[in-house]
Write a protein that binds this ligand. Structure first.
Ligand SMILES: Cc1cc2nc3c(=O)[nH]c(=O)nc-3n(C[C@H](O)[C@H](O)[C@H](O)COP(=O)(O)OP(=O)(O)OC[C@H]3O[C@@H](n4cnc5c(N)ncnc54)[C@H](O)[C@@H]3O)c2cc1C
Ligand SMILES: NC(=O)c1ccc[n+]([C@@H]2O[C@H](COP(=O)([O-])OP(=O)(O)OC[C@H]3O[C@@H](n4cnc5c(N)ncnc54)[C@H](OP(=O)(O)O)[C@@H]3O)[C@@H](O)[C@H]2O)c1
Length: 562
């Protein structure tokens, strides 16, 4: 476990009534992970299909991302009225969000509310990390081993392990000798961290660092932000929701849901059809200014060509750079912050509350670690090629081994003992993002090859869990108990994934985590499907309607005899 010198304390969310689990009888389905994905997949399989299904979860409570990421300033960037489950109309009526972008504790409360409402905890085993999974071809079963050595057997294995759940702590020499405390934002202590009077160093200026810096700066004696790649950010403009807006959400919940199914990003706003390059500079400026004032991820949606044309994107990039320079008073700091080397939204675009303004505080300074890289951690702080910075606390806002990291960590072995780690040696390959040839009855929720992180994720998660549920229902209705993606289907899907990426500017940013560029040694392959969520949904629906071409389904001897 990656954490500072303080232990993760149990909190009120710890499940105190853990059910006893046995390796037998064989389960219909074993789900790994109890975040948005695993919780909904359990509802689908257990309550909708009546299967025996269990969830194994490494954490001590439900929530996934929102269980682990308790760093100061953590909140979602999707607006609250689309960042929730939509499978149950009544559930949407019975929950009220308080803000445009709820904070982590509120989202965690929501997920616990869902767990209570559908009585999910009785089938979730907490504090249980899966460390190995083997497909037993003779029995047509997955044999799953936990860190504590328990064994589970299940017909279907469903990974709901998240795309951003494996913390990436760079391997800086000397960390073990640091005398202060250090924390990764994705494994934040439950009891919180008191920055009062401390000299804090924060490494990383992605969405996380950009959220955390303004909050840490409020109590720290001094905050030093270590920036490698300068980043864009647009104001979030968070506000409490008015009673009228809350009422509007309830009255329009179904329409909002339909809209999130029609858009390519799973959001409730459409990408405009106008083009930046066909709009006059004056008009463009007005449009960007209005989007800046409105705030949020919608900034990316104001021109249709923003993510496909570098020249169009330059107009947005130039606008944000000018904003940074106008907000940050110290011109040397402003120059480092606005010296951005990639297209706007070429990496996941952060949104913020007073991020650039934070650099106007007397207790905040910026260090350019692109110009003078971090050399090591010393007993007293961080040493770069240019200077040493004495620190009491280091915050690693250094992101995740995204998308493939949690899957690789499960140590999955398919038919004939083939390791997923080996078959994905040169990058992930699968069919529809759902299944890998050689790994029968293994389904992945929001894995690589699916829109996942390029989409408002609850929409992608519900689509995947529903599709998997319908597929298993189809198999059971037809006396089938084995499904495996075919190699040719996988090859042609990967070609589509690559083509979709090449049509956007997303694949042009070598240090993006979308390409594995943030983890040394990771293959540089664009992982998510960039062809759009609505298009992807249609493709998956068509495959199901046509009887699952590209998948081979069969009945094992046992089922055939029944
Ligand atoms: C700080 C932050 C903010 C985000 N904000 C947004 C947002 O605004 N909008 C948006 O769409 N998305 C956002 N995301 C993405 C977010 O991850 C998804 O929205 C969503 O929460 C993912 O749910 P999940 O259940 O698929 O995965 P997770 O929530 O990551 O849950 C996966 C669970 O699997 C468990 N697990 C993993 N491996 C194992 C194992 N081997 N054994 C047992 N358990 C295991 C983990 O402990 C974890 O609890 C954000 C991500 C982060 C990190
Ligand atoms: N509210 C939200 O919606 C929200 C909030 C937080 C996170 N998220 C999700 O989680 C994803 C990950 O965000 P994140 O900010 O945690 O991670 P991230 O986007 O990968 O950013 C990590 C930061 O750490 C820096 N870094 C990594 N290794 C380093 C090293 N060795 N030396 C110096 N700097 C280093 C990176 O620099 P380089 O850029 O140079 O690699 C980058 O600035 C987001 O993209 C988003 O999808 C969402």
């Amino acid at each position: 476990m990656i954490k500072g010198k303080k232990t993760l304390m149990p909190d009120a969310l710890i499940d105190k009534t853990e059910p006893s689990f046995n390796a037998e009888p064989v389960l219909d389905a074993l789900i790994v992970g109890a975040g948005f994905s695993g919780m909904y997949q359990l509802i689908c399989l257990r309550d909708r299909l009546g299967l025996s299904a269990k969830v194994l979860e490494a954490g001590s409570g439900v929530g996934g991302t929102w269980y682990w990421n308790r760093y100061p300033g953590a909140r979602c960037d999707s607006e609250s009225h689309v960042y929730w489950y939509t499978f149950d109309k009544k559930l949407m009526q019975d929950w009220d969000w308080s803000e445009r972008y709820p904070e982590q504790p509120e989202i965690l409360r929501y997920l616990n509310f869902v767990a209570d409402r559908y009585d999910l905890r009785r089938d979730i085993r907490f504090n249980t990390r899966v460390v190995r999974a083997d497909y037993d071809a003779a029995a047509n079963l997955w044999r799953v081993r936990t860190e504590a050595g328990e064994l589970y057997s299940a017909r279907f294995l469903i990974t709901a392990v998240g795309c951003l759940s494996t913390a990436n702590v760079p391997n800086f020499p000397g960390l073990e000798q640091f005398k202060g405390d250090w924390y990764h934002t994705g494994q934040w202590p439950h009891e919180g961290v008191d920055f009062t009077g401390k000299r804090v160093g924060m490494i990383g200026t992605g969405s996380t660092g950009i959220q955390a810096a303004p909050v840490i700066a409020k109590t720290a004696a001094h905050l030093t932000v270590f920036q490698r790649t300068a980043n864009y950010s647009v104001p979030a403009r968070n506000v409490p929701l008015t009673p009228e807006f809350k009422r509007w959400i309830k009255e329009n919940a179904e329409e909002i849901r339909s809209l999130t199914h029609e858009t390519q990003n799973g959001q409730s706003f459409r990408i405009e059809t106008r083009k930046a390059l066909e709009t006059s500079p004056e008009e463009r400026e007005k449009i960007y200014e209005a989007a800046w004032e409105r705030g949020g991820l919608q900034f990316r949606a104001v021109f249709e060509d923003m993510m496909s044309s570098k020249a169009a994107n330059d107009t947005a990039a130039d606008f944000v750079r000018r904003k940074i320079r106008s907000i940050v008073k110290d011109q040397a700091t402003a120059a480092i912050l606005s010296d951005i080397d990639h297209p706007y939204a070429g990496k996941r675009p952060p949104i913020d509350t007073d991020y650039f303004e934070t650099f106007n505080r007397p207790n905040v300074s910026l260090v350019d670690v692109k110009a003078a890289p971090i050399e090591c951690i010393t007993a007293d702080g961080i040493r770069t090629a240019a200077a040493e910075y004495p620190l009491d606390i280091i915050v690693f806002a250094t992101g995740f081994d995204a998308m493939t990291g949690p899957l690789m960590a499960m140590n999955i072995h398919g038919r004939g003992g083939e390791a997923l780690r080996e078959s994905w040696n040169a990058g992930p390959r699968n069919y529809l993002g759902l299944q890998v040839s050689g790994f029968p009855n293994l389904f992945m929720i929001t894995g690589p090859g699916s829109p996942s992180v390029l989409c408002n994720m609850p929409v992608a998660i519900e689509q995947h869990a529903d599709w998997i549920t319908d597929c298993i229902a189809h198999m059971r209705a037809n006396g089938l108990d084995r499904i495996e993606a075919q190699q040719e289907a996988m090859d042609s899907w990967i070609e589509k994934v690559n083509q979709a990426a090449a049509a956007t500017l997303l694949s042009t940013v070598p240090h993006s985590w979308y390409l594995g560029g943030n983890v040394p040694g990771k293959p540089r392959v664009f992982m998510p499907y960039a062809g759009g969520m609505a298009n992807y949904r249609r493709i998956c629906d068509d495959v199901a309607a046509a009887g699952y071409p590209g998948f081979e389904m069969s009945a094992s001897e046992r089922v055939a005899a029944e």
